[in-house]
Design a protein around this ligand. Structure first.
Ligand code: PLP
Length: 471
């Protein structure tokens, strides 16, 4: 598309910008730069005027579907609205302009925000040992499992080679286990879509390092037997890890630490409304029990009276990110939590209510594989003979970003819908209306969809295998 801009609109010598004058005395840069750093050919950039370039990028941005343009019920991803008050907080010049190597004495405000956020996350999770460093949920998982690994190394226990992962798990869970050097073993589900505790009992032994459980799980179902599961693991000296990407269904209602979870990650870019930002920057803060605290990444923030300092935990696994994590995201999450205060629980209640409202309204038209009270998201299946892919493409023509489809893998033709707490009843009703209308369509009518989008139906296999992200 930029190619078109050059071909169709570009004229040699036309300018849409003026560069600032170099602030060196030397005008003749060619004489001071090494020969091989000099360009031999002019760069192929579009030579266009400013209005053309602004229209080009504005029009491109309008071809994208995002949370600021449409309802975005992408299950498992929690695409909730990013409150603009968070942006105001993150843009405060004292934060936005702070250099990560600024001496601690000059960055006390920033350290205080980090220390307070550590405290908030400890309170929400019931787990006191917090690190804000991991840059994504997946990295929070890896950090946690590396801490578990180091714990066993430190106690001289070299038999712990296995991490158990339920069949509903997000793909990052088994990937984490193998990246940390463990074998992952899959556990099946019971008839409610929850981890099969009897199977767990038969699988756990002295080689088990941890179970990675997601709660609520990726079917949107609450794992109600967590205390029992924790007991099975603890009896044989293993840890219970919780994938906390779905904490917006738990906050203020279910406290992982009190239920026996040993360590977990948060997705600040899901639960605490910080932007997902095109794959990053995110934040996958973690929280663990006291006996894992010595293994936390370096550094953690501590408070001594009125002074905040960075400290290296005694047996730290080391750094998992440059500097101190995605600090801008930490401010946004801090701000979001402060805005809600003790009413953070209302977020959970509303997220759960909205998902159950969708479930109740779609029931009878769509099939609901686990038709019990769900948490913040609900799995549905299209009417017999219809494909999840066709409904999803049809939703694009109605102006919606489709829900997640074909995940969780354990449900055929799955559509995972997560409305989030930030949407009004009117918006959700309109979406339900579109879903019901699409279910009435003849399957062949939807095979061409989307017909109103900037691109028609893509060859998904080629798009995934031969993605060309550059022009
Ligand atoms: C999103 C998600 C992750 C991974 O988080 P990233 O920030 O994308 O790395 C892990 N588990 C679950 C259940 C998730 O929904």
């Amino acid at each position: 598309m930029l190619g078109n801009l050059i071909r169709d609109r570009g004229r040699e010598g036309r300018r849409g910008y003026t560069l600032p004058k170099p602030d060196t005395e030397t005008k003749d840069l060619e004489s001071i730069l090494p020969k091989k750093a000099l360009r031999r050919e002019k760069p192929k950039l579009a030579e266009v005027d400013e209005p053309t370039v602004i229209r080009h990028y504005t029009n491109l941005s309008r071809k994208n579907q995002g949370i600021d343009t449409t309802f975005y019920p992408l299950g498992s991803c929690t695409m909730k609205h990013n409150p603009r008050a968070n942006e105001t907080a993150a843009a405060v010049p004292g934060f936005a302009g702070l250099h990560p190597l600024q001496p601690e004495v000059q960055a006390q405000g920033a350290l205080r925000i980090m220390h307070e956020l550590q405290g908030f996350l400890a309170e929400v999770s019931g787990l006191p040992a917090v690190s804000l460093q991991p840059l994504a949920g997946a990295q929070g998982e890896l950090t946690s499992i590396l801490m578990v690994k180091k714990f066993f190394e430190d106690s001289g226990d070299d038999k712990r080679t296995t991490v158990l992962v339920p069949s509903t798990a997000h793909g990052t869970n088994p990937a984490t286990a193998s990246m940390a050097g463990f074998k992952s073993k899959e556990i099946g589900l019971d008839e409610h879509g929850c981890v099969d505790v009897d199977e767990l009992r038969s699988m756990v032994n002295e080689t088990t390092a941890a179970l990675m459980i997601t709660n609520p799980n990726t079917c949107g179902v609450f794992e109600h037997r967590i205390p029992e599961i924790a007991e099975v693991l603890h009896e044989c000296g293993a840890f219970l890890y919780m994938d906390g990407a779905n904490m917006n269904a738990n906050m203020g209602r279910f406290c992982p630490g009190s239920a026996g979870v040993d360590i977990m990650h948060f997705n600040l870019h899901k639960t605490f409304s910080t932007p997902h930002g095109g794959g990053g920057p995110g934040s996958g803060a973690i929280a663990g029990v006291e006996r894992l605290a010595p293994f936390l990444p370096d550094p953690a923030v501590e408070r001594d009276g009125e002074t905040y300092t960075f400290v290296r935990p005694e047996k730290s696994i080391g750094r998992v990110a440059g500097f101190h994590g995605n600090f801008g995201q930490l401010i946004r999450a801090w701000n979001y939590i402060r805005m809600h205060g003790p009413e953070l629980r209302d977020v959970t209640d509303m997220a759960v209510l909205n998902a159950n409202y969708v479930r109740a309204k779609l029931r009878g038209t769509y099939r609901i594989p686990y038709d019990e009270l769900c948490k913040h998201e609900v799995v549905v299946q299209p009417p017999e003979g219809m494909k999840a892919l066709d409904i999803a493409k049809g939703l694009i023509d109605h102006g919606y970003h489709p829900p997640t489809i074909y995940f969780p893998l354990v449900v055929k033709e799955a559509m995972l819908i997560e409305p989030t707490e930030t949407e009004s009843k009117e918006t959700i009703d309109d979406f339900i209306g579109a879903m019901l209308e699409l279910a009435e369509a003849k399957p062949e009518d939807l095979q061409e969809a989307p017909t109103h989008a900037p691109t028609r139906r893509l060859d998904e296999t080629r798009a995934a295998r031969n993605l060309k992200a550059r022009w």
